[in-house]
Design a protein around this ligand. Structure first.
Ligand SMILES: [Zn+2]
Length: 144
């Protein structure tokens, strides 16, 4: 009997996949193409992120999807030293960053880069993983 696993590493469970619903499907379909979509209220125009059923400004359920610029500024971050799912243990420590996107909403993703400074310009990108697209941020080339 043969094993494909590395004997020095214990078996790592698969990462959980996003739970795609009819509400979030447009977001995930665009993410699979590397594009960040945001909801925009059809009645009042307020942009929201993550996908939600109703506008929190006017309670309209009418939604448009808009293409985000992928540009934003660092709001804050945290360095994770504890994995809340065993599939992330090998990544420890990793950094999660909250970013104020140019469209006026805040997004959360992995940070890939050197030191972070609040207010620094960053760019949103997606990595295509077997379990689904993963949003991450890097420093904007405009500030490097
Ligand atoms: Zn609205």
């Amino acid at each position: 009997m043969t094993h494909d696993t590395n004997p020095s590493m214990p078996d790592t469970p698969a990462r959980p996949s996003p739970k795609i619903t009819p509400l979030s499907a447009p977001y995930w379909e665009a993410a699979a193409q590397g594009r960040l979509l945001l909801q925009s209220c059809e009645s009042c125009g307020k942009v929201r992120h993550y996908p939600r059923m109703l506008c929190d400004a006017c309670y309209s359920a009418q939604t448009n999807w808009i293409q985000a610029s992928h540009l934003g500024k660092v709001h804050s971050w945290t360095v994770c030293h504890h994995a809340f799912h065993p599939s992330f243990v090998a990544d420890l420590p990793y950094t999660l960053v909250t970013v104020d996107l140019e469209e006026g909403v805040r997004a959360l993703g992995r940070w890939r880069g050197a030191g972070l400074v609040i207010g620094d310009a960053v760019v949103a990108q997606f990595e295509q993983r077997s379990e689904g697209p993963e949003l991450f941020f890097t420093a904007s080339p405009r500030t490097e």
